[in-house]
Design a protein. Structure first.
Length: 142
């Protein structure tokens, strides 16, 4: 997973830009498409700043010659906050298939991390008598 993100890391850091007529904070960002639905023209981008994912919904456009992003494509886009949700705007393709297989690797890594830890690393906890109870006071005298 880190190797895939190394491809995503750019020489420049995301920069804040102000758009005319808008009081929203807009950040230019690079990212990788984790999921896309070409028929609904929606996508989810993993952002270079490792923050929350950015959600993209394409406005209505003419279908003639239009292609949508695929999972693994590297894109550049603007990010705004819409309540507590990051929204992507104006995406453009930087590199097609830059991180092919990244969504599968993330699913694989997440599945491995969700497995329980080996029992030899778990320290059992047995609660003692509560402070102020007769058994606690008897223990203190012993």
């Amino acid at each position: 997973m880190q190797a895939a993100m190394a491809k995503l890391t750019m020489q420049t850091t995301p920069r804040i830009v102000s758009k005319e007529g808008s009081n929203k904070r807009v950040v230019e960002m690079f990212g990788v498409v984790l999921w896309s639905d070409p028929s609904d023209r929606k996508a989810v981008f993993w952002c270079e700043d490792q923050g929350d994912l950015a959600y993209y919904e394409c406005p209505a456009v003419d279908d003639a010659g239009y292609t949508f992003f695929d999972a693994g494509d590297m894109v550049r886009f603007d990010v705004t906050m819409d309540q507590k949700l990051r929204r992507a705007h104006n995406p453009s393709l930087v590199q097609e298939h830059a991180c092919v297989g990244l969504p599968d690797r993330l699913r694989h890594d997440a599945a491995q991390e969700s497995e329980p830890a080996p029992s030899d690393k778990i320290i059992p906890f047995t609660p003692g008598p509560r402070v102020g109870t007769p058994s606690h006071q008897a223990r203190r005298k012993a």
